[in-house]
Ligand binder design. Structure first.
Ligand SMILES: [Zn+2]
Length: 281
């Protein structure tokens, strides 16, 4: 799942690569990704072909490519989808569901290896696309609009779920999924199961600073590997842990700080945290 840093890195990459370009060919292999916005592939292709990308915006982890005439091309990656910049002649094969080539060169491939495929895309009037892309009301985007630390603390403490549950809750924070939440708590030296109500102001400030540091580090790491590997993957191509991850996906491996074995623990039915029992005491 793309988290906030990957989404922002991708937005910047698209801004660099496709702004000013005009859409040439549109190829859709899986019509389901056009639901509910287009009934047929030709309808989507007609809407997008000849469109010129004026700006690339991010709302949460969804991307809006604004076209000339108050229309936007919306790409919602869903839980497992992604968008890649490719050469125009790159083969379109699974799990790519749609490919868009630009007249001036370059292409975008929309991929999703998930089952079911959650990726969705469509061309809509801009206001409508913004509505479709909207994040939960009151959810904080720590990259686009970082609030004072007190607001961050308030959002995390209401309700008083364990820190790791609250951080990864999309109704409270945009795009802090399992990866970012694990890494932020390790950086801050706080146990994933701590209740926010037990934190001092100093701990909240440390946690907030850690969140910002982890997001910036992840953007740097993601930017350098974006073309090579799935940015969510905890391992590099050669099978070693991705450099910027300290605890996520590393259960049983030594903590980079103290060499204690990383633990994976269950906090909720669907929430598993990775942490160092020594550094995060
Ligand atoms: Zn440690």
């Amino acid at each position: 799942m793309p988290e906030l840093p990957e989404a922002e890195v991708l937005r910047r990459e698209l801004e660099r690569e496709v702004v000013g370009k005009r859409v040439g060919e549109v190829e859709v292999r899986t019509p389901g990704v056009l639901q509910p916005w287009h009934r047929t592939r030709p309808d989507f292709a007609k809407q997008l072909t000849d469109g010129r990308v004026g700006a690339v915006r991010r709302i949460g982890v969804r991307l809006l490519l604004d076209l000339d005439d108050d229309r936007s091309w919306l790409v919602d990656p869903g839980p497992t989808g992604s968008l890649h910049v490719e050469a125009p002649d790159a083969p379109v094969k699974a799990p790519t569901h749609a490919a868009v080539r630009f007249t001036a060169g370059g292409a975008l491939h929309l991929s999703d290896a998930g089952k079911p495929v959650g990726l969705r895309t469509g061309v809509l009037p801009t206001a409508e696309a913004e509505g479709e892309a909207e994040v939960a009301p009151g959810a904080i985007d720590l990259l686009a609009d970082p609030p004072p630390w007190q607001d961050f603390a308030r959002r995390l403490a209401d309700p008083d779920d364990p820190l790791r549950v609250g951080l990864a809750d999309p109704r409270r924070f945009v795009g802090l999924g399992d990866v970012s939440s694990d890494e932020i708590l390790w950086e801050a030296g706080l146990r994933p199961d701590r209740a926010p109500s037990s934190l001092s102001a100093q701990e909240f400030r440390r946690l907030y600073r850690s969140a910002q540091e982890v997001l910036v580090a992840a953007m740097k790491a993601s930017g350098s590997v974006l073309d090579d590997i799935d940015p969510d993957s905890p391992v590099d191509e050669d099978g070693t842990p991705a450099g910027h991850l300290n605890v996520h996906g590393r259960d049983g491996m030594p903590c980079p700080r103290c060499r204690t074995s990383i633990l994976r623990t269950k906090l909720r039915r669907d929430v598993h945290a990775h942490h160092c029992p020594r550094c995060q005491g």
